[in-house]
Design a protein around this ligand. Structure first.
Ligand SMILES: [Zn+2]
Ligand SMILES: [Zn+2]
Length: 551
């Protein structure tokens, strides 16, 4: 074992001891020894053992660790602590700027167990509530975590959408190439591995025309150019002009869709993709919905899908009353100035203590402020709402009396996420059946590229929402997009309303609705099927109707 490896092992042990709050003294001397060992010019493996005791920074205890490493290539005590550290915590140790002592607070006090949860907490401005975590540190942890997650090779649609459009312009306008977006990004998929294009031209000549200052790691494999730009992986399919349409078609659809199409129809060689449909007397199927079988796809509405401009009200948002970064007034003004008709403010309920959830006194205070703001902002209107925790037993977080004081109740699960399907179903069904529940918030609790949701029988959840007249949220935060678009057709079939909500924790978050709309388009959702597209008057009617459920 080389000195540098020994130093790494001792340094990791030092971090583990700090992380688990063990022997601070030993941790400190280990870290110091690791630093010194890295600078020794002669290898300890070829030294007489007695000499090792004489080296700078080496105590007797540390010398024993070194001998153990030299003899066995491993350290028992280190293995012990590694085995007692969850994978997500080990992953977070790779995040720059998050030392073991801070990580301990993140883990033990904030109950954050993996990088995605950490990123989410930073975005929700949650770290600053803890001692030693200022706004600056939170921002640098956020940046480092994003970097860490991106380097896993997968990207949220929101992260690469505008980049992909810029690159398309660069290809078409600067390079004058005939180009189309293709693949996952053309289908508005939630998660993207490559940004893909079809380009007319020879792979070798296109590759040699890619400016080295923007494109790196250029490789050609069988008419496909693989490269990266700004660290994002790119795939360029190269072809002749007369096969352009065919290649765009075969690389756009999911393999399920393309295979199914191929089994039923012939795919002609053509320069224009539209010919593939017209030659089979089929309507042009939008690339966005080419996911399942052709028949499934054709059963969806083919046009008039919901657009971003169809969002009329901003539902499910947070303010400084709980864990938001902007005041209620700032949130309301931002909505009003952007032309929205209403804001539904849904701060966290009292059970969510980590998010500064509202105790009854604070609710009264907020309601008073809403009433005052509504006088000055009319006809714009703020609705009294709460994102009410669904407690582990399925009950809502307040008494009926308090629940009655809200216009709208968004019920969500935020804690005790590790559940069997049986437990999760019982918990959610009880909440859906609660007569105060109007909207089920982020139904599965998943974080894209982060954590799977709790296990649910989603059909049964949708059936229960239908039976109890509960709206299903499509949380538009690009990291959630929960409920997943795949379930929208079934919800629509059961007449369950969807609500595209930004869950904004600051003014900028309001615009996240855009990504909810892109996801909803993948299911052909219409504006009339979305609650947040209701006009103010329709929304007030909706509330009156919902309140008839209350005892
Ligand atoms: Zn929530
Ligand atoms: Zn929320």
């Amino acid at each position: 074992m080389k000195n540098s490896d020994i130093a790494d092992e001792l340094s990791l042990l030092s971090k583990m001891l700090d992380l688990h709050n063990q022997d601070a003294e030993l941790a400190k001397s280990l870290s110091n020894a690791a630093f010194q060992i890295d600078r020794y010019t002669s290898e300890m493996s070829s030294m007489p053992r007695n000499n090792i005791y004489q080296l700078r920074g080496i105590t007797n205890a540390i010398a024993d660790f070194i001998f153990e490493l030299l003899d066995t290539n491993t350290l028992n005590i280190l293995q012990h602590w590694l085995q007692n550290t969850p994978d997500g915590i080990l992953q977070m140790m790779q995040i720059k700027g998050l030392g073991p002592k801070k990580l301990r607070i993140v883990w033990k006090e904030m109950n954050i167990e993996n990088p995605s949860e950490l990123l989410y907490a930073c975005n929700e401005n949650r770290l600053v509530a803890y001692k030693g975590f200022g706004e600056k540190l939170q921002q640098s942890i956020l940046d480092a975590t994003e970097f860490y997650l991106n380097s896993n090779g997968k990207y949220l649609y929101a992260k690469v959408k505008y980049f992909s459009e810029q690159l398309l312009l660069y290809f078409t306008q600067l390079k004058k190439w005939q180009v189309s977006l293709t693949g996952d990004i053309r289908r508005q998929s939630n998660i993207i591995e490559f940004v893909e294009y079809v380009i007319v031209g020879k792979a070798e000549s296109i590759a040699s025309n890619l400016d080295a200052q923007y494109f790196t790691e250029i490789n050609i494999e069988d008419k496909i150019i693989l490269c990266t730009s700004h660290g994002i992986p790119i795939k360029l399919y190269c072809c002749k002009a007369n096969e352009f349409g065919t290649l765009v078609f075969t690389t756009t659809g999911s393999s399920d869709f393309v295979n199914d199409f191929q089994n039923q129809y012939s795919i002609s060689t053509c320069s224009d993709e539209a010919e593939i449909f017209t030659s089979q007397q089929l309507p042009f199927i939008s690339p966005v919905i080419r996911e399942y079988t052709v028949a499934n796809t054709l059963a969806l509405p083919q046009n008039n899908w919901i657009q971003f401009a169809d969002i009329k009200g901003i539902i499910h948002n947070h303010s400084t009353y709980s864990d938001g970064a902007n005041t209620l007034q700032e949130m309301a003004l931002a909505c009003k100035n952007s032309g929205y008709a209403y804001l539904v403010i849904s701060d966290h309920s009292q059970y969510a203590a980590y998010a500064n959830g509202l105790r009854p006194e604070r609710i009264a205070e907020q309601h008073k402020e809403i009433e005052e703001l509504n006088k000055t902002l009319a006809p714009f209107k703020i609705f009294k709402s709460i994102e009410c925790d669904i407690l582990p037993d399925g009950n809502l977080d307040y008494t009926s009396e308090i629940l009655n004081s809200f216009d709208v109740i968004v019920a969500s699960v935020h804690s005790v996420l590790n559940m069997t399907e049986e437990k999760a179903m019982a918990r959610l069904l009880k909440a859906i059946e609660n007569p105060y529940t109007n909207i089920l918030g982020h139904p599965t609790g998943r974080l894209l590229l982060g954590r799977a949701g709790y296990p649910l029988d989603m059909k049964k959840i949708i059936d229960a929402c239908a039976a109890n007249n509960v709206v299903l949220e499509l949380n538009a935060n690009p990291r959630r997009l929960d409920l997943d678009w795949q379930w929208l057709p079934y919800a629509v079939e059961k007449n369950v309303l969807i609500s595209i909500n930004p869950d904004a924790h600051k003014v900028e978050g309001i615009a996240d609705n855009e990504y909810g709309v892109y996801a909803a388009q993948k299911a052909g959702l219409l504006a009339s099927q979305n609650l947040s597209s209701f006009t103010l008057q329709q929304f007030e009617q909706f509330i009156i109707h919902q309140h008839t459920k209350r005892p």
